[in-house]
Each structure stands twice: as structure tokens, then as C-alpha cells.
Design a protein around this ligand. Structure first.
Ligand code: NAP
Length: 454
């Protein structure tokens, strides 16, 4: 895939980039390796100061950076600006909390003194997706850098300007150049990087095939990996829920980021008693969504990031309809130019149709009606994914049963699934393994060293 910025709203080629040569990659790897030798000894207070500075830069340039994002991958400018603000918040969060998360932890054993120490590993390779081009990278980089590691970023090939801007922000904040570098390379260079003895671990956020490929190579070289992969999150609504709030949230949870979010609600599982009401309101709100230029403040849904994603989504909808699913709204491409798809709701979905087992990465919601909570949970768990789940009810017993039995890395009750620096984020099953964020996230890429003193 060429490394290039193409405006998804118009199809216009904005800029192309020449991938790094092997020699340039080697130069960056050697710089990262040299930098780690000194960076690992920098103090928490130095690193925290740099993170606060990075947060200041992000806040000062949020509109400018937001536009870069919108032009490269099509998210609405207002959501791009929120993403930058969230990254700034993350920088400040770990600047404050990393020293406490990584402080020596005492333990009681037969020794006179026992403790656990958290030490950095070295160069961590991050392979990142385009859908949250800043947030995904910061979510990896901030805790990794606060822990004393150094990072190499291989970003998605369609967001090179975001990738370069992120490295510039960290350097302008005072972080040494070799501690965080962007590698403008294609996916074909990842295997060689993972194999390199100087790279100690890797993290990938993206699709299942990419995750499988990286994990296989890392496994061969016995390197630690964190994977954040796809999802087909259920959004389950039972009759005691606040229906109005549930419907409003359902719309946001499906179409945020133009529908291209791993933790977007994708399968809406509704108790039969309220299904008609829920569906009517849901359809009405989908019809009211404004699709168009992502730079305009009134736009709710912008274009999909690439023509391939548009084609894939369109064929998933067509395959579902061919098998008997009904379209309640949408179901077609929009406009002549750009990767626009109408917000779509599918219902009466026959077993075995794509919404049962595939991720729909765009503004397409699938509705399922159920008669009991057991049926809802069985349906929720019937995919290979296990990222997040949203459950809506005001019945304590139902809530407890859902929390206990849903197979996912997170269950949000009466709210939509979201990432929050204060709590871990990640999936189970084919949604990946390992965690980002929270205390668990910053401890993924450290040597957890046991110290036992007689
Ligand atoms: P993708 O095609 O897998 O790309 C993600 C990254 O992996 C890109 O940098 C890509 O590079 C690279 N890549 C692709 N194939 C590779 C391979 N065989 N070996 C090594 N690297 C490879 O995914 P995407 O379409 O950009 O992103 C959408 C997917 O990401 C969805 O499934 C979504 O659910 C998932 N996602 C998950 C999370 C989470 O936290 N769980 C968050 C966001 C997105 P190139 O661009 O150069 O191909």
C-alpha cells in the first residue's frame, strides 16, 4: 500500500511519501537503541514535564492537528479535535500516575526484604491503525515513554502526516529524538523489525490478519506482544432501561467516527417487549443524521477512510440482504465523490448472515430481537470477538447476570463502551490480548522484577 494522504471526502491525492530505505530504517533503529541506554535513566519528573509540555502543544494546536486528521481519514473535525484533547488528558494522566504505578511494590516472603520493581524493556514497536490516528498512538506511547521505554511507530499507510506530526510533538515537548520515532514504512517491513534483536516487544492495533501475522513472527522470536484487534460489540437493551437515553446513546455508539471504531456498538440486541418502540425511534434518528463534509460543524457522519472499506461494507450489506435481511433505512452509497455510505439499519437477520460473525466497519447497525436475558447473552457471546459490551437495564439481577456472563474485555452498564485512561482497555477471544491504559497498561511493557533480600 502506497504511503499517501488521500482526502476520503473527495478522493483527492494530497501528498505522497517515499518509504524509508533499509539504510534509513537501520539508522533509526540504531538511534533508538543508543537513546534507550540514557533515556531509561531519566527521572519520572523529567518525563512528566515532557508529557505536560506535549499536552500543552496538543491543546494549543488542536484545530490545526484536527484538520490534518480529518483530511487524511475523514472523521468529523469536531471529533478530531476531541481526540486531540483526549490525548492531552492522557499525557497529563500518566505524568501524574506513572510514578505511583511503577513504584517498587513491597511483598511479604521468608526474606527480610522483598519487593517488585518495574524496569523498562527497551525499544517497543507499535503498529497502529488509521481510525484514531492520534489516540491509538498516544495510548501506546505515553505509558511506554513514562516507563522508560523508547518507541518506534509504524503507522497506517494512509495517515503519514498524522504519524509525522506526532513525532514532532514529542520532540518539541523535549523528549529526545531517539526516544520516539516514526518509520514511514509499509506493512512488509514489520516482520524484519520484529525479528531485529534490538526490538524487545511489539504492539499492534488493527485487523485480525495483521494481528495474526505479527503475533506469529513475535512468537517465533519469543517477544512479548499486545494485540488490540476487531470487535462486534453487542448493545443489549432490556425493558426496565431508560429507552430514550438508550436509543440516543445507541446512535452515537454506532456512528461515532463514521462507524469505524473497534468498540462501536454493532449488534443491537433488544428485548421483544420494547423492540418495536426502540426500532421506531432508532430508525427516526438514523434518518435525521447529516452525512457530508467532515470539516463542517453540522456534519454527523463523514466518509469512510478508504474506497476499500466502502466496498467491503457495501458487500457485507448486500450479502446480508441476499440471505434475507431487511433494510430499515439506508443500504446504499452516497454521492459521486468520496467514500460516503448512508447510515443503515438491518433487521430480520437470518442466522449465518454476516452480522452474526463479521465486523461491520462503517455506519451499519444490525438489530436482533430476543425473548429472554439468557437468549440475549448467548447471542452476544456467539461471535469470535470479545472486546466490549453495553448493557441497558435497571434491574439489579439482570445487570449482575450480564456482567458475569458476557464474554468481553469490558461491560458498560447504562452507558456506551469507551476508553478511559483510568481503567484498562482490551479484549478477549479474537479481539486480542493484553491491556492498554490504567495501571495494567503501563505494566505491559516492563520487566516485572522480583527482588528478594535475605
Ligand atoms: P489493518 O489493515 O490491520 O492495519 C493496521 C496496521 O497494521 C497498519 O499500520 C497496517 O499497515 C498494519 N498491517 C497490515 N497488515 C499487516 C501485516 N500483515 N503485518 C504487519 N502489519 C500489518 O487494520 P485497519 O483496517 O487499519 O484498522 C481497522 C481494524 O482495527 C478493525 O478491525 C478495528 O476493529 C481494529 N481496531 C481495533 C482497536 C482496538 O483497540 N481493539 C482499535 C482500533 C481499531 P498498512 O497501513 O501499511 O497496511
Amino acid at each position: 500500500m502506497a504511503i499517501a494522504s488521500v482526502n476520503p471526502a473527495t478522493g483527492e491525492l494530497l501528498k505522497t511519501f517515499t518509504p524509508l530505505t533499509d539504510q534509513e530504517i537501520e539508522h533509526k533503529l540504531a538511534l533508538a537503541d543508543r537513546t534507550f541506554a540514557t533515556y531509561r535513566h531519566t527521572s519520572f519528573s523529567d518525563r512528566a514535564q515532557w508529557m505536560h509540555q506535549a499536552a500543552d502543544i496538543l491543546e494549543a494546536k488542536k484545530t490545526e492537528l484536527g484538520i490534518v486528521m480529518t483530511l487524511e481519514m475523514g472523521k468529523t473535525l469536531k471529533s478530531a479535535i476531541s481526540e486531540i484533547e483526549k490525548c492531552a488528558h492522557l499525557c497529563r494522566y500518566y505524568a501524574e500516575s506513572a510514578p505511583q504505578y511503577l513504584a517498587d511494590t513491597p511483598a511479604q516472603t521468608d526474606a527480610s526484604r522483598t519487593m517488585i520493581r518495574y524496569q523498562p524493556l527497551g525499544i517497543i514497536l507499535a503498529v497502529m491503525p488509521w481510525n484514531f490516528p492520534f489516540w491509538q498512538v498516544f495510548r501506546f506511547a505515553v505509558p511506554a515513554l513514562m516507563a522508560g521505554n523508547v518507541g518506534l511507530l509504524k503507522h497506517a499507510s494512509n495517515v503519514p502526516q498524522c504519524a509525522l506530526a506526532i513525532a514532532e510533538i514529542f520532540h518539541a515537548a523535549g523528549i529526545p529524538e531517539g526516544a520516539f520515532q516514526t518509520l514511514l514504512v509499509g506493512a512488509d517491513k514489520v516482520a524484519g523489525l520484529v525479528a531485529d534483536h534490538r526490538i524487545k516487544a511489539a504492539t499492534l492495533t488493527g485487523s485480525e490478519p495483521a494481528g495474526q501475522s505479527l503475533a506469529a513472527i513475535a512468537g517465533h522470536h519469543l517477544k512479548k506482544v499486545v494485540l488490540e484487534l476487531g470487535g462486534s460489540d453487542p448493545f443489549i437493551v432490556f425493558k426496565s432501561a431508560d429507552l430514550e437515553l438508550a436509543v440516543n446513546t445507541a446512535v452515537t455508539a454506532r456512528v461515532m467516527n463514521n462507524g469505524q471504531t473497534c468498540i462501536a456498538a454493532k449488534r443491537f440486541i433488544i428485548e421483544e417487549a420494547i423492540a418495536e418502540q426502540f426500532i421506531n425511534k432508532f430508525v427516526e434518528k438514523f434518518k435525521a443524521l447529516k452525512v457530508g463534509d467532515p470539516l463542517q460543524p453540522e456534519t454527523d457522519v463523514g466518509p469512510l477512510a478508504t474506497p476499500q472499506i466502502l466496498n467491503e461494507l457495501d458487500s457485507q450489506v448486500k450479502a446480508s440482504v441476499d440471505l434475507g435481511a431487511k433494510i430499515l433505512v439506508g443500504g446504499y452509497r452516497l454521492k459521486d465523490k468520496g467514500n460516503f455510505y448512508a447510515p443503515t439499519i438491518l433487521a430480520d437477520i437470518p442466522q449465518g448472515a454476516p452480522p452474526y460473525y463479521q465486523e461491520f466497519f462503517g455506519p451499519v447497525a444490525s438489530i436482533f430481537r430476543v425473548k429472554s436475558l439468557a437468549e440475549a447473552i448467548a447471542l452476544a457471546n456467539s461471535t469470535d470477538f470479545g472486546l466490549g459490551a453495553s448493557f441497558w437495564s435497571n434491574d439489579e439481577q439482570e445487570i449482575e447476570q450480564a456482567i458475569e456472563q458476557i464474554e468481553a474485555g469490558a461491560v458498560f452498564v447504562n452507558g456506551m463502551v469507551k476508553s478511559d485512561p483510568r481503567v484498562p482497555f482490551g479484549g478477549i477471544k479474537r479481539s486480542g490480548f493484553g491491556r492498554e491504559l490504567g495501571c495494567e497498561g503501563i505494566r505491559e511493557f516492563v520487566n516485572i522484577k522480583t527482588i528478594w533480600i535475605k
